[in-house]
Ligand binder design. Structure first.
Ligand code: BGC
Length: 479
């Protein structure tokens, strides 16, 4: 008889399912390199570009908004399969687009898959992983998101061809490949055992659990989940999520995504070539290479986070990461604020600080946000709960992305304007300081609301909320 859980099968499950993460990242990043080509090709202005970019975010919001309950009703696996089909169709459609309006619709369609994948994939992984491995496995999702972003930067560089204004088409097509892998892989993977149990399919659940878990814990774990379901007889749904005993879970799910986005991460992810131009890099190509550097640092430090998340725990990683984010943002603000004094050295200091900032994000709130939203909600509403977290992420992302340049302009101290490629732009020092203040508030918030879920079985987390426990003491109190 097998002793301990079936590690290789679990990793297989996670790697394949995390293709969803890769697609999420790829389809987030791919647009940045495609814009310089389809803009002149279609002869469209910046506001049209904004609409095309925002369409993806709107799609993601719709996907996260409407698929939470569907996921609880029809199961995690079917929803991931449908998302794979949308990913594939959306990628091909984006590449085929004959008009800018078609591109908007195609990006919107694709965005729906991103929105769905952003919560169903981590949820599926969380439910199918043994408790001891859960943090690391769910963080794999974030790793795949970052790898997806990097791959998209690299593939954009690969296809970029100044002599061919249609080179943006293959940039989009490539996204169909991971979508097909996701579909085929998922086809062979089992449904989430917890979800099967919630539908009364005990035998099917047991069969899958026996393949995944340590056989010694299968029965007790199933019994606990059944007990959890029995207690949750009441109608699941929005009404349940809004009940007082789940208030902390809801505050945690929405709050962690608020801080994840309002530390300004995507101002770097989407606009980093532009920020590096502001920092003094003279040409597009070196600025794009600097972005590739951002992608690499992001991936490497997400790996570091995966190593630590089930060892030193969520709370400690959170505080270390957020403190680093505050410090690097303040330093970045100083670097831009005094860029006239720093001269030539300024751009290198800026690039190092951006890397440091990304590293601290990647070890902490980046992966933790996605992990924690899968952990804090009880099984009956876990699909809905994590879709609320994911939805918040997309809404906050949209707000930050849409307001960045406006905030830059608003908070530019007169006299510190920067000239980029012959045009006078604002100075991002004030904006970085603004995000630093929010990150500081995030530390305070985290003291009260970031739960230590390391190694705590999911069903025990529910029990803890029912007993009226506070997030701060989760994991410290004997359950
Ligand atoms: C965030 C994304 C971000 C990415 C960068 C994720 O955790 O949700 O908005 O682009 O990290 O790695």
């Amino acid at each position: 008889m097998r002793n301990g859980y079936n590690q290789s099968l679990v990793w297989g499950i996670a790697v394949i399912a995390a293709m969803g993460g890769l697609l999420f990242g790829f389809d987030t990043g791919v647009i940045s390199g495609a814009i310089p080509y389809f803009q002149p090709y279609f002869a469209i202005d910046d506001s049209m570009i904004e609409s095309i970019t925002t369409a993806g975010l709107v799609g993601a919001i719709l996907g996260a908004l409407f698929c939470g309950r569907v996921t609880d009703r029809v199961g995690r696996r079917s929803v991931i399969l449908v998302a794979a089909v949308i990913f594939c169709g959306g990628a091909l459609w984006s590449g085929w687009a004959a008009t800018p309006v078609q591109l908007i619709v195609a990006r919107l369609f694709l965005g729906i898959a991103i929105g769905i994948a952003s919560f169903v994939v981590p949820l599926y992984i969380a439910e199918i992983s043994p408790a001891r491995m859960r943090g690391r496995l769910v963080s794999m999702f974030q790793l795949m998101v970052t790898i997806g972003i990097l791959v998209s930067y690299l593939s954009d560089l690969f296809f970029a061809d100044n002599a061919d204004m249609e080179c943006w088409r293959p940039m989009f097509y490539v996204g169909a490949i991971p979508a097909i892998i996701l579909f085929v892989g998922m086809w062979f993977l089992p449904e989430s055992p917890a979800w099967l149990l919630s539908k009364g399919r005990e035998e099917a659940c047991r069969a899958i659990m026996n393949r995944i878990e340590d056989p010694a814990v299968v029965e007790t774990s199933m019994a606990r989940t059944l007990e959890e379901l029995r207690r949750d007889k009441e109608q699941a749904g929005w009404r349940e999520v809004l009940k007082p005993w789940l208030r902390n879970a809801l505050i945690i799910g929405v709050g962690i995504m608020f801080f994840q986005q309002f530390v300004g991460i995507n101002t770097i992810m989407y606009y980093c070539p532009k920020i590096f131009l502001m920092a003094g890099f003279g040409d597009n190509i070196s600025a794009i290479w600097a972005s590739v550097g951002v992608g690499v640092v992001n991936v490497l430090f997400t790996v570091v986070s995966i190593y630590f998340v089930d060892r030193i725990g969520r709370r400690r990683l959170y505080f270390i990461g957020m403190a680093g984010i505050v410090i690097s943002l303040v330093a970045l603000a100083a670097c831009f604020g005094f860029n006239a004094l720093l001269g030539e050295a300024g751009r290198w200091v800026a690039i190092v600080l951006v890397f440091v900032y990304i590293a601290f994000f990647a070890i902490s709130i980046g992966p933790l946000g996605w992990l924690i939203i899968t952990e804090v909600f009880p099984l009956k509403v876990r699909g809905l709960g994590s879709s609320i977290g994911s939805l918040s992420c997309w809404v906050f992302n949209g707000i930050v992305t849409f307001t960045f340049f406006k905030i830059v302009r608003m908070l530019t101290v007169p006299g510190t304007e920067i000239v980029v490629q012959g045009e006078t732009a604002g100075n991002p020092a004030g904006a970085f300081l603004f995000y630093a203040v929010i990150a500081l508030l995030g530390i305070l918030w985290g003291y009260f609301y970031v739960p230590e879920t390391k190694g705590v079985p999911l069903d025990k987390i529910e029990q803890y909320w029912r007993q009226g426990g506070t997030p701060r003491r989760l994991g410290k109190t004997e359950l």
